[in-house]
Write a protein that binds this ligand. Structure first.
Ligand code: C2E
Ligand code: MG
Ligand code: MG
Length: 250
């Protein structure tokens, strides 16, 4: 699988889908998250859960990460209003030139730094959280926003909250699935209170029902993402979302 993945990155056999992120009332599209897929001749479309960790474990994450960042920024540079969120693995912070690597790609794409949000995925651990924090501070100084993804599922969520310079927390979908239950609801309320007390915005992931949306909006959650609003879609489909929700430069 690894030689095939390396070849797929080289040959552009990857593509990105974009999933809308909306305001809590569901009315305004504010951003789209880039989610990578692999088009494999024998296996068809392969989901990231089946290859991102392999890429991390076998030295391909830098190549995969730069492919994704480059393509997402280039696409998003054509959108007029909305931001793009790009998943970045903690292992990508190992490269000593990580900050200039990111800023170089963004600059070449023509995307405004303020339109990029980096989502730190918890699929791996930071070898050096202090070094990562310093890199994130430099990126934030340029205007790039930082979100802590899948909040609550890793072993280090709270210490990341304490140590990393962040703008946003994304509550993992496993918690959102349980807001109908009293304990589940209290946990989500507590995470929202904690994040807001730290001055962070909150996105809820995996919102699938109108009652989850109602609950999250009542609790003051800032942004929502999930199948209730839209599944991940091709960039062309994103741009066909009715006027007022998404406007695109000619
Ligand atoms: P994630 O960043 O937490 O992305 C959200 C995942 O939840 C996506 O799965 C999305 O399709 C799925 N999802 C969205 N709304 C719903 C919903 O309402 N219900 C349910 N059940 N699922 C929903 P996907 O695209 O399979 O991505 C899985 C994970 O793979 C991502 O989780 C992220 O951690 C990782 N990933 C994806 N693209 C990249 C990438 O370019 N680089 C890195 N490092 N990781 C990536
Ligand atoms: Mg994400
Ligand atoms: Mg997530």
């Amino acid at each position: 699988m690894l030689p095939e993945l390396a070849a797929a990155i080289r040959n552009d056999d990857l593509f990105l889908l974009y999933q809308p992120q909306v305001t809590a009332d569901g009315r305004k599209l504010v951003a789209a998250e880039a989610l990578v897929r692999w088009r494999d001749p024998s296996r068809g479309i392969v989901e990231p859960d089946h290859f991102v960790q392999q890429a991390e474990q076998h030295g391909l994450i830098d190549d995969l990460g730069s492919w994704v960042l480059e393509h997402a920024c280039r696409e998003a540079a054509r959108w007029s209003d909305i931001s793009v969120a790009v998943n970045v693995s903690p292992l990508q912070f190992r490269r000593p030139d990580f900050v200039s690597f990111v800023t170089g790609i963004v600059s070449r794409s023509g995307l405004d730094f303020h339109k990029l949000e980096i989502e730190i995925t918890e699929s791996a651990y930071f070898d050096d959280p202090d070094g990562a924090a310093a890199a994130l501070r430099e990126l934030r100084a340029k205007g790039i926003r930082i979100a802590l993804d899948d909040f609550g599922t890793g072993y280090s969520s709270l210490s990341y909250l304490r140590r990393l310079p962040l703008d946003k927390v994304k509550i993992d979908k496993s918690f959102i699935a349980e807001v109908g239950d009293r304990r589940g609801a209290e946990i989500v309320k507590a995470v929202l209170a904690l994040a807001h007390a730290l001055g962070l915005q909150v996105t809820a992931e995996g919102v699938e029902t109108a009652s989850q949306q109602r609950f999250l909006a009542e609790c003051g959650c800032d942004f929502l993402q999930g199948y209730l609003f839209a599944k991940p879609m091709e960039a062309a489909e994103l741009s066909s979302i009715p006027a007022g929700l998404l406007s695109r430069c000619p």
